[in-house]
Design a binder for this molecule. Structure first.
Ligand SMILES: Cc1cn([C@H]2C[C@H](O)[C@@H](COP(=O)(O)OP(=O)(O)O[C@H]3O[C@H](C)C(=O)[C@H](O)[C@H]3O)O2)c(=O)[nH]c1=O
Length: 188
């Protein structure tokens, strides 16, 4: 009996995953990853690294990718709420430059799968948010890349978070999407 519902999005390969939650008088239990079920849904790459970050309201981390060791990511929120975004950066894709977003929260317990070849980022909508994710390749700081969160070509429609955005210095300096050559994603 499957414990997950896999929901397609406007971008092929990008999935929203809804776990079965078993509630009782003590609280709840849910499985958050299951190799066989995820493989049957097309998520077959092995996860090799887990990450966790905490951010306050208005923090916007992204939109990031790795040019080498490009990472597929299975993301979820264990506290608070974020608007999570994936951008297709694969030049040979029919949805190149297109984005999809989903609200992830500890309430809705939804997960989001961002495949290799996509940029990823999120905006925190709650006072604080804890963000946990699995990656299909290792961190490689020499391969870091990104696009501006407000890139005019991609045009992500970020929701109101009730305050100014807080970005890292790195995230203030990404080259525009249209100025970049994403040939390293041709093979995904
Ligand atoms: C990503 C990463 C970072 N770090 C170190 C490097 C820095 O000293 C510190 C903060 O790194 P950074 O500012 O790149 O963290 P984020 O802005 O949250 O970056 C992440 O943001 C978006 C949402 C992503 O999808 C990526 O996983 C990643 O790019 O953690 C590591 O040691 N390992 C790692 O895998």
């Amino acid at each position: 009996m499957g414990k997950f519902t896999f929901v397609e999005t406007g971008l092929p390969g990008v999935l929203v995953i809804e776990p079965t939650v078993f509630g009782d008088a003590r609280g709840y239990f849910m499985e958050t990853f299951q190799k066989e079920e995820f493989a049957a849904a097309g998520i077959t790459d092995e996860f090799v690294q887990d990450n966790q970050s905490k951010s306050s309201r208005g923090v916007l981390r992204g939109l990031h990718f790795q040019k080498e060791h490009t990472q597929g990511k299975l993301v979820r929120v264990t506290k608070g709420e974020v608007f999570d975004v994936a951008v297709d950066c694969r030049p040979n894709s029919a949805t190149f430059g297109k984005w999809v977003g989903v609200t992830l929260s500890d309430e809705n317990k939804k997960q989001f799968y961002v495949p290799k070849g996509f940029a990823h980022g999120f905006l925190v909508l709650s006072d604080e948010a804890e963000f946990c994710y699995k990656c299909t390749d290792y961190y490689d700081p020499t391969a870091e890349g990104g696009i501006p969160y407000n890139d005019p070509t991609v045009n992500v429609e970020w929701p109101d978070c009730g305050c100014e955005y807080l970005l890292s210095e790195k995230d203030k300096k990404h080259e525009p999407f249209a100025a970049q050559n994403f040939e390293y994603f041709n093979k995904w």
